[in-house]
Design a protein around this ligand. Structure first.
Ligand SMILES: [Zn+2]
Length: 653
């Protein structure tokens, strides 16, 4: 990883592509040509580069912890022993399947759906989570209290469409999936012929679940997916399985839960009853292996890499072991790792400057809400009340999570993983009766990401993303507003996108829009849906305008309000030109720069099918083409591809 580059470097532009034809290529052509995807990655751009840099910082800290002798139960001991156990490939090879034997023996002894049910319950607690998902979050009708959310799940392929599409490429992927499952069952000791047959049956079983599953786009529809059920009434959905007592046995002490897709659970009940127990046993064995493959001997890990990374994501080489271990540690003991990172890499002055930017962005959103012509006063007042209620978190939590009681040892890596999973599960269920902890973070502080949480009405920016090129303490305002500023604006706008707009200032699912305003908003959003649906990524594969709508509204809105915030920040100062670019131009160049990304073909196809974010070129160019301020900054006239006409422009914020 080289040091951060200059914020704007015209040597990385493409002199042969005009800004008015393809701004993404114009600004990034030189960089894209010089930066093919490294063999360990499926894509390569600022998020991956910053992540790799953060990993380098953490590598040394974890190695130091592993070499140290901190007292048992301390952060240093847990992080150090986790790292040491996971890095010890010889011990992992020598232990073989031994750590999983009790679990596998229980699965082998299952003789009925009732036996399967008890095992599934325990697998929910320790990681593999077969058949469905389960988690807690603020109650959508009472956001001060927690609610358990039970969701569709149980698939080994990334999304339902992988099972249901009938094109040749999808059929070929399913054949490769069956071969992969058979290979893993073979690694468990099954004879080749038997493993092959079992894998076919597993695919058939998962296909039944997939057919009843919502699409990725449907899962974003909160009115469709938030459905309160009394726990006592859950048997309605799965009478044969006995969903009520199963959920209670999972430790759910509350009277009700939310179910995302009731039809899925009905279909699951039928699928379980209609599938031989032998296949269900194989299905569970497969999902145990799938969950823990990266912590097992290399035959399992290599096989998993081959299918999930190489075939599905186009990654050619495995990352070095320490990086894989670091990713696992981030998932299992994230806030312990995060503490080390923050001490080493997040100075206090960075937090202060980001807070100022968030304040500017929130005021800009307020101006946007007050000035949009399509909102009636009733809706506008509610929108402003919601904006007033926004909470923000920057850098890292005020109080770190307490891991007291978690046992991490310098022994079996798989056992550490299972204990971490069980600890987190118990932590979640243990506070069902407590008021919602508003200080909690949903991702560790070293993560290169940010989020809006509709049930908490808050935006969160971990220290991990507050690094160059997203946030560059050495760069001028225009560059920072085009990068982290637009990201902050993006997250704020999520509070008002097709999903976030259903939640009010308190995080309650409540329709605070007048019917006419909602209809007008959706009519305007439809313009973006159509623009992105038309966008061809490779061959005849197009962006899914519906799946990416929320992110596209957020990009478009974020870019617009960050631009307004920049103007406010620069008001009264002379418009200094740097390297020949005005602040306005630097703002838009910075936006195009932070999202430049190289992809493998496979990874590009994977994200177009599953990721609610549009691929980079569309992400950069489409919002810009709708912004008159962009056309003005580069003197682009209305007949160019980068400037949509008055009639075809999207107008939301
Ligand atoms: Zn987003």
């Amino acid at each position: 990883m080289s040091e951060p580059e200059r914020p704007i470097d015209t040597a990385l532009f493409d002199a042969h592509t005009a800004a008015s034809d393809d701004f993404y290529r114009h600004v990034n052509g030189g960089w894209l040509d010089a930066n093919p995807v490294p063999s360990e990655y499926g894509s390569w751009g600022a998020p991956q580069i910053v992540h790799a840099r953060n990993q380098d910082v953490l590598h040394q800290l974890l190695a130091d912890a592993a070499a140290g002798t901190e007292p048992r139960g301390s952060a240093g001991q847990m992080v150090g022993d986790y790292f040491a156990a996971a890095m010890d490939e010889e011990a992992i090879a020598a232990a073989g399947l031994k750590p999983l034997e009790p679990l596998l023996a229980r699965i082998d002894a299952a003789e009925s759906v009732a036996d399967v049910r008890d095992i599934v319950r325990d697998l929910q607690r320790c990681g593999p989570g077969p058949l469905h998902s389960l988690g807690i979050a603020p109650d959508f009708e009472d956001p001060g209290a927690y609610l358990v959310y039970v969701g569709q799940g149980g698939l080994g392929l990334p999304e339902r469409d992988y099972y249901t599409r009938d094109d040749e490429q999808s059929a070929a992927l399913r054949r490769q999936y069956v071969a992969h499952v058979a290979n893993q069952l073979g690694n468990l000791g099954d004879a080749e012929e038997r493993a092959r047959e079992a894998a076919e049956h597993i695919l058939a079983f998962e296909t039944r679940l997939a057919e009843a599953s919502y699409t990725a786009a449907q899962l974003r529809d909160v009115q469709l997916t938030m459905n309160r059920y009394a726990v006592a009434a859950l048997d309605e959905l799965m009478p044969a399985f006995g969903l009520s007592s199963y959920v209670a046995a999972l430790g759910v002490t509350s009277a009700s839960v939310s179910v995302d897709n009731p039809g899925f659970f009905r279909a699951l009940d039928d699928a379980l009853a209609g599938t031989p127990v032998e296949t269900l046993r194989d299905y569970l064995r497969w999902h145990v292996v799938k969950a823990f493959a990266s912590a097992l001997p290399s035959a399992f890990e290599n096989e998993a890499f081959d299918f999930y990374a190489r075939t599905l994501a186009g990654r050619k080489d495995m990352q070095p072991r320490w990086k894989r271990v670091l990713n696992a540690a981030s998932a299992d003991i994230g806030e312990l790792v995060a503490q080390l990172y923050v001490e080493a890499a997040f100075p206090a002055h960075a937090k202060k400057r980001c807070e100022e930017m968030v304040d500017h962005l929130l005021s800009a959103m307020g101006r946007a809400i007050r000035s949009v012509e399509w909102m009636t006063e009733a809706t506008r007042a509610e929108a402003l009340r919601k904006l007033d209620g926004f909470n923000y978190k920057i850098g890292f939590p005020d109080e770190w999570r307490d891991y007291a009681g978690l046992v991490v040892e310098r022994g079996s890596h798989v056992e550490n993983r299972m204990r971490c999973e069980a600890f987190e599960y118990a932590r979640q269920m243990g506070r069902l009766d407590e008021p919602v902890d508003r200080g909690e973070w949903a991702m560790p502080a070293h993560t290169v990401n940010a989020y809006y949480h509709p049930l908490l009405n808050e935006i969160v920016f971990p220290a991990g993303i507050l690094q160059p090129p997203f946030f560059n303490a050495e760069a001028d305002d225009a560059v920072n507003y085009g990068a982290i500023g637009a990201v902050i604006g993006h997250e704020i706008t999520h509070g008002f996108d097709d999903e976030g707009s259903h939640f009010d200032a308190d995080g309650q699912l409540r329709d605070w829009w007048t019917a006419a305003d909602r209809a007008e908003f959706m009519r305007r959003a439809q313009v973006l849906v159509d623009q992105f649906d038309e966008y061809a990524v490779v061959d005849d594969l197009h962006v899914n305008g519906r799946l990416t709508l929320g992110e596209n509204i957020a990009d478009f809105g974020g870019l617009k309000i960050a631009h307004d915030a920049l103007r406010e920040a620069l008001a009264g100062t002379a418009a200094a030109t740097i390297d020949g670019f005005s602040p306005e131009q630097r703002y838009f160049v910075s936006w195009a720069t932070v999202w430049r990304t190289s992809y493998t073909d496979e990874y590009l196809q994977l994200i177009v099918k599953t990721d609610p974010h549009s691929p980079a070129r569309a992400r950069v160019n489409e919002p810009l083409s709708n912004l008159p301020a962009f056309a003005a900054a580069f003197e682009i006239d209305g007949t160019s591809p980068m400037a949509r006409s008055e009639e075809t422009r999207a107008r939301i914020w």
